[in-house]
Ligand binder design. Structure first.
Ligand SMILES: [Zn+2]
Length: 154
């Protein structure tokens, strides 16, 4: 059961010596059934990378230049740019959630121990994952809390 909606994301982004401006891109959204809370939305990556349409279902899209793309396409296009600590911690946290059978979204509860996994393994992964989530949320909060003046060049 999959319905596709056309969504729209607007994000302001300041380029080196330019004013803030809006970036608009229609992003398809897919809804999937979810055991606990009905349905949840995913973004579909609508980018052509290496001449092929991506179409991956992802929880997070990254803004690269004027386009929103999934991590995979973003990496292809911006392989030379190093990831920020915020992205690094987020992707580490998401990888661990998915390895534990959960969704990559930090808004979902942390996944329980998978049935076939040893408790020690789970505890190690959970400690590492939760630490990465904490760091990533802290960096995100610090970024969002920055006063407007420091984000906008005078
Ligand atoms: Zn993609």
């Amino acid at each position: 059961m999959k319905n596709h909606f056309a969504g729209c994301i607007v994000k302001q982004r300041r380029y080196a010596d330019q004013e803030w401006r809006d970036i608009r891109q229609r992003v398809p959204i897919a809804w999937t059934a979810c055991t606990l809370r009905g349905r949840r939305p995913w973004f579909l990556c609508a980018v052509y990378a290496n001449g092929r349409y991506c179409g991956r279902r992802v929880a997070i899209l990254y803004a690269g230049g004027d386009l929103f793309a999934c991590r995979h396409c973003y990496r292809l296009a911006y392989a030379s740019q190093s990831e920020s600590p915020r992205d690094r911690n987020l992707s580490q946290a998401q990888k661990i959630r998915m390895r534990l059978g959960g969704s990559p979204s930090l808004f979902d509860p942390f996944p329980d121990k998978p049935p076939r996994m040893h408790w020690r393994t789970y505890e190690r992964l959970a400690a590492r994952g939760l630490a990465a989530e904490g760091r990533s949320l802290e960096l995100m909060r610090a970024y969002l809390d920055r006063p407007a003046q420091s984000r906008r060049r005078r």
